[in-house]
Design a protein around this ligand. Structure first.
Ligand code: FE2
Ligand code: FE2
Length: 138
């Protein structure tokens, strides 16, 4: 796979991280008065997503590209803490599917290792949010 294509895939991953950061931070703030645990959990995980965005940006720059810093239209998932957590579960599932696809496609070892590290953290996020959703009575 050529460098340009790897940069393109990493920018797709970066867009997903930026979307997650914005949705988690906004939902954390709005959910906090209704459900403290949900608010704090989303805030804490938003910081992991910021770290992922930084790692991806570093890889893109190292490959000679520019981090695109774009994102899809934001969908916060509804109006209750439970709606918000349901939405972040969806975003984690999408992220996991995309990282798996990109790890399978990319042949650059340094990039693959970093994406595998991120994937393990996304799987942990999903487990945390699913547990939270269960507590909220999905
Ligand atoms: Fe992430
Ligand atoms: Fe995540």
């Amino acid at each position: 796979m050529d460098r340009e294509k790897i940069i393109e895939l990493l920018n797709q991953d970066l867009s997903g991280e930026i979307e997650a950061i914005l949705v988690y931070m906004r939902n954390a703030t709005v959910a906090l008065p209704e459900n403290c645990e949900a608010g704090h959990e989303m805030e804490e995980i938003a910081f992991d997503e910021m770290r992922h965005a930084e790692w991806l940006s570093d890889l893109i720059v190292k490959l000679g590209g520019k981090p695109s810093m774009t994102h899809r239209e934001l969908d916060f998932g509804g109006s209750s803490a439970k709606d918000f957590v349901r939405r972040v579960v969806e975003l984690e599932r999408e992220a996991i599917a995309m990282y798996k696809e990109h790890i399978a496609a990319i042949d650059n070892e340094e990039v693959r290792e970093k994406l595998q590290h991120i994937l393990r953290e996304e799987e942990w996020h999903l487990a945390e949010f699913e547990e939270l959703l269960e507590e909220l009575g999905s």
